[in-house]
Ligand binder design. Structure first.
Ligand SMILES: O=C(O)CCCC[C@@H]1SC[C@@H]2NC(=O)N[C@@H]21
Length: 292
């Protein structure tokens, strides 16, 4: 059946009330690319006096959606959540390799906070008894063992600012995707697992407003005490990390491959993999392009 769904600018009333700036497009190339352009133009919210400022860039349709490492992201107008959230944080934290790996984990954990809070508020129940959300390190959101969405976290320099950087947290979630529109057999969509759900407009706004609040709370704590928070995030991740104890094949950005079992999530948000030889190898999110 041909879908006659009209592309429409998302309505984000609740999100506008909690975010410092919200812009919504019916169609754009990519909200992530738009976030980069707005940062370069000095067109995002940034007020150090008021804690962490969050700007939201939303679209119904993306013509060139981006995933990590330049891969494409497939979404569907009227069926998907495609938004980018920009926060300004101290450069010292964004550049500190001992802690900056946690920024991607914060994107994932905030996405779970927003999904769980939204489902609770809707009184939605799962069709399956063991249907919880998990994070597949470093950036996939999983539901019932299938990919529900993904996050893409990127620091972008602010013009004429040596003290702060903008971090773009881009999030794509399949909300109402029909099964035959899903990009792979390993993908899923929220309506296939939970009911009742409100119309897509309301659902997107509920998730986005909760994402703003969770990102702000988590980032404020992280910026204030990065080492303490890293250790707290590490404990929190243990409960939702889908990779722990699993056999994986990682393709690294240098073209090499690593095969083994994930045995630990470390203090710097890297994972430790026990190789078939018995040796251990640590992998940072920034060096892994695909983890299967
Ligand atoms: O799985 C991944 O590698 C991350 C996917 C992130 C996709 C989202 S959709 C909204 C935002 N805009 C983009 O162009 N990409 C992200």
């Amino acid at each position: 059946m041909i879908s006659m769904l009209k592309i429409a600018q998302p309505r984000l009333d609740a999100t506008e009330r909690v975010a410092d700036k919200t812009v919504a497009f019916a169609e754009i190339d990519s909200t992530h690319a738009q976030a980069r352009r707005m940062i370069e133009a000095g067109d995002i919210a940034h007020d150090d006096e008021r804690g962490i400022s969050i700007s939201v860039i939303a679209a119904d349709s993306q013509t060139n959606g981006l995933a990590r490492f330049g891969r494409p992201w497939i979404s569907n107008p009227g069926h998907s959540f495609t938004m980018s959230f920009v926060a300004v944080i101290p450069r010292t934290i964004a550049e500190d390799e001992l802690v900056n790996g946690w920024l991607s984990m914060i994107a994932g954990l905030s996405t779970l906070d927003a999904l769980e809070g939204t489902l609770d508020a809707c009184g939605a129940h799962s069709f399956y008894p063991d249907c919880g959300f998990k994070l597949k390190w470093p950036n996939d959101v999983y539901c019932h063992g299938l990919k529900l969405g993904g996050t893409f976290t990127e620091p972008v320099p602010l013009p004429d600012d040596d003290v702060s950087v903008a971090v773009v947290f881009s999030i794509g979630i399949n909300l109402m995707m029909p099964a035959d529109r899903l990009p792979t057999s390993q993908a899923t969509s929220l309506q296939m697992h939970f009911a009742p759900l409100p119309p897509i407009e309301t659902l997107r706004d509920m998730i986005a407003s909760r994402l703003v609040e969770s990102l702000r709370t988590r980032l404020e704590a992280f910026v204030e005490m990065p080492i303490v928070q890293s250790s707290r995030l590490r404990s929190e991740m243990r409960h939702v990390c889908w990779m722990m104890g699993r056999d994986v094949e990682a393709q690294l950005i240098d073209g090499s491959e690593v095969r083994g079992t994930v045995v630990a999530l470390n203090d710097d948000a890297s994972i430790s993999v026990r190789l078939e030889s018995g040796d251990m190898q640590d992998l940072l999110a920034s060096e892994v392009s695909v983890l299967a």
